[in-house]
Unconditional design. Structure first.
Length: 215
């Protein structure tokens, strides 16, 4: 992570030594949560590459995801024009909120329009979850089971789910088509992770194919 030459000394912490940190999912732009950091938490975040915060109630540092496994890998950290607020862009694993929602901001006070989320964001979130499963291999996880069985098992499931999509589409039932297609997407992500292929490269290939030709 590239850090500005003047480091963090120019940041304005409040009288309690804290600075608010707005955490944003770097892939979708979704605001996930707001927490506080002191200098130690910020320094640990910079050195560790995942988010650390200061709990005002417990008066101690805590790492996001230390119990749930829903860690936040830091992509970038910015500060505002007054140098008294941080914007922390992260790759979120699983849910950011302790209530199980992706974002802590899930209760509308007023909603004139539905928020716009990039259609690919759900696939990117799932890709991160599959990546985390492969790195940690938690027991009793179906994803762990697939990685342990190896590529032949993974490809068999891809083939089975592809057939299920064909059968569902032939039957014409919309809910079955949606369900089986979601299963296929998941197993394709497992296959790509096994081969260390990033989903971003698939997006880039699709973009390349459909980019307007230069005149």
């Amino acid at each position: 992570m590239k850090i500005t030459p003047d480091g963090i000394d120019h940041l304005k912490f409040d009288e309690k030594g804290l600075i608010p940190a707005v955490v944003q999912d770097v892939q979708s732009g979704t605001v996930l949560m707001v927490a506080y950091m002191n200098k130690e938490a910020l320094q640990k975040t910079l050195s560790d590459g995942r988010t650390w915060f200061y709990s005002r109630s417990r008066r101690s540092l805590w790492a996001k995801g230390e119990t749930s496994g829903h860690i936040q890998k830091v992509a970038a950290i910015y500060y505002d024009c007054d140098a008294d607020t941080l914007l922390v862009q992260v790759h979120q694993t699983g849910a950011a909120c302790h209530e199980g929602t992706f974002s802590c901001f899930s209760r509308p006070l007023v909603e004139y329009e539905k928020p716009v989320t990039p259609a690919w964001a759900a696939l990117s979130w799932l890709e991160e979850l599959v990546r985390e499963r492969r790195e940690t291999m938690p027991p009793e996880s179906y994803t762990t089971y697939l990685f342990e069985k190896g590529i032949d098992k993974i490809l068999k499931k891809v083939g089975e789910e592809t057939t299920e999509v064909v059968i569902a589409a032939k039957g014409g039932k919309e809910d079955e088509i949606i369900y089986e297609t979601a299963d296929l997407f998941y197993h394709l992500l497992v296959m790509l992770r096994d081969k260390n292929i990033e989903l971003a490269t698939i997006f880039e290939e699709l973009e390349r194919r459909h980019r307007p030709a230069k005149q």
